[in-house]
Design a binder for this molecule. Structure first.
Ligand code: NAP
Length: 515
């Protein structure tokens, strides 16, 4: 890849960057954003291919992405540990079937060390603007701590990174404490307090059982009840861990078994939503076994097809709701007052702290407003009708830009790390092709991207996600621009090799766009 790296250039174009205008700007072959599984995964992929000329730009001061940011009590993965890790870096020491947050964060830290990434990481570097320079055929990237230019720019910032703060009237004037679950205020003691939790998604169901015994009163504001299945978490015994250490093949076998078991889940979600009725019966039995009170059961019973929103796993959420200090409120929130929350029926409940478990900006990620491709058009402009890409990785009008966990590569049934590894392989193979063919620019053909999305949306029509619920999978136009409608092995097959025929290819030294 050395030919793609052309050394330091002059800083000229990026408008909003704070750095001095004439200072030489470091140039790299690849600039990656984010140090979660995506960013680190791509960095490892580059290293493995012998590409050393790259930086990983991270706005925070530590690695870990979502596993660094989500530190709420009880945070853990809902995909089994043996599957939720890099295939090439198994961890025989997972302590539980479903790993707690700190273990996953520590695993990522260890990977960064083991694969020699530390010298590539740039902490405190939030990308504030990134512009494709057509003349120079490179990305000009401005961060809060300086500028870079890069031949290839890769976004690994993830769809679940920007907390969504609901537009509830009066929230800004609340005189108590307010925080989002992904920015947990560990300095704030909830003991004995009257706490309002807004939201009943994957985050809330994990921390509610942890805080319920501590708080004085917990009011849970639920808009839509989630479908919840038994979690069946368990400690992984010392003997099992020793066995995985001594015979790594054993862990690989377990991983494969988990992979195929989970993959079956795609059948009901993607191909035969009616199959979900059987699973709904199991979830209802779980609710009935854990909640005796008919009124609470009624409130907690979902009225949409299971899988339309993310299926949650928990053994302790329902029991937490049965305690006398908990109230589940299903009336809509009308407003927040300086000392309480008012619902549609006019009732105000006094609270000391409000915890927003209200999810993330998934289809309207603010980063999209900062990335500008050909003609200065932002990703947000290009995605006015909803995010779309080719293979969730490349976007027409944005040369030499790649995404990890881009549009339509999310999952409802198994490990995102599998998808990330597929994307990494695709991007690294693209760099190989660019190097071997002496290409300076690759840009997916608009017609290819359009055909890909048409086919994808046609498949989406019969999935459970289109069965009539509102979810974060859908964008503002009601289009599912988030999930992959298929088996993950199908995605792996599609991304196994870079497909040059789908791209406009410009040799190095040639003008990318003929006038
Ligand atoms: P989420 O699934 O988007 O849930 C947000 C919750 O807030 C929903 O119950 C939603 O209600 C509610 N809500 C949003 N705005 C509201 C408003 N204005 N008024 C009242 N309620 C409002 O967010 P999340 O729980 O943080 O999870 C997001 C995703 O992160 C998950 O789906 C999962 O992919 C991932 N995650 C994974 C894990 C894990 O592995 N264990 C843990 C946490 C998160 P509606 O349902 O009615 O919209």
């Amino acid at each position: 890849m050395s030919a793609m790296s052309v050394g330091a250039g002059e800083d000229t174009a990026v408008g909003t960057a704070p750095a001095a205008a004439s200072r030489p700007v470091p140039h790299v072959c690849v600039a990656i954003v984010g140090t979660g599984f995506s960013g680190l995964g791509l960095a490892i992929g580059l290293k493995e291919r012998g590409i050393d000329d790259f930086v990983v730009l991270e706005r925070a001061d530590d690695i870990g992405g979502t596993w660094r940011d989500n530190t709420y009590p009880g945070a853990a993965c809902d995909v089994p540990s043996h599957l939720y890790s890099f295939s090439f870096a198994p961890n025989p020491d997972w302590s539980r079937a479903f790993s707690p947050q700190a273990e996953i964060r520590d695993y990522l830290r260890r990977c960064a060390v083991r694969f020699g990434l530390l010298s590539h990481l740039r902490f405190g570097h939030e990308v504030i603007d990134a512009l494709w320079d057509e003349g120079e055929r490179r990305w000009r990237i401005a961060t809060t701590r300086g500028r870079f230019t890069a031949d290839v720019f890769a976004l690994g910032n993830g769809p679940l990174a920007e907390p969504s703060i609901p537009a509830i009237p009066g929230l800004g004037q609340f005189e108590g404490t307010v925080f989002h679950s992904a920015r947990w205020d560990h300095g704030h003691d909830l003991t004995g307090e009257r706490v309002a939790v807004i939201g009943t998604g994957a985050s809330a169901i994990q921390f509610v059982p942890r805080i319920q015994p501590r708080v004085g009163r917990l009011t849970l504001f639920q808009r839509t009840p989630p479908w919840i299945m038994p979690r069946q978490d368990r400690a992984i015994s010392r003997r099992e861990r020793a066995a995985f250490r001594a015979a790594p093949i054993a862990q690989r076998v377990v991983r494969s078994a988990l992979y195929w078991q989970r993959e079956i889940g795609a059948l009901g979600l993607v191909y035969k939503p009616a199959m979900m009725k059987g699973v709904e019966r199991l979830a209802r039995a779980h609710l009935e076994a854990q909640v005796a009170n008919p009124a609470l059961r009624e409130k907690m019973t979902p009225r949409y097809r299971m899988g339309c929103k993310r299926i949650l796993l928990s053994d302790d959420f329902y029991p937490a709701l049965t305690w006398p200090n908990v109230e589940v409120v299903t009336d809509r929130i009308r407003a927040v007052r300086p000392r309480g929350v008012v619902t549609g029926d006019g009732v105000e409940r006094a609270v000391d702290t409000i915890i927003l478990a209200t999810g993330f900006h998934v289809t309207d990620n603010p980063v999209a407003r900062r990335v500008r491709g050909c003609d200065g058009r932002t990703l947000a402009d290009a995605w006015r009708d909803g995010p779309r890409a080719y293979l969730g990785a490349a976007i027409a009008g944005f040369p030499n830009l790649f995404m990890l966990i881009g549009p339509n590569t999310g999952l409802g049934h198994t490990s995102m790390v599998f998808m990330i590894e597929s994307q990494v392989a695709y991007i690294v193979d693209c760099l190989r092709v660019m190097d071997e063919r002496g290409l300076g620019v690759v840009e997916v053909r608009p017609a290819v991207q359009e055909a890909f999305n048409e086919e994808l949306q046609a498949r989406m029509r019969n999935t459970v996600w289109s069965s009539g619920c509102s979810s974060w999978y859908l964008d503002a136009n009601g289009r599912n621009s988030t999930l992959w409608p298929g088996f993950t092995w199908q995605y792996r097959l599609k991304t196994r090799r870079f497909d040059p025929a789908s791209y406009e290819l410009t040799p190095r030294g040639e003008s990318p766009r003929a006038p």
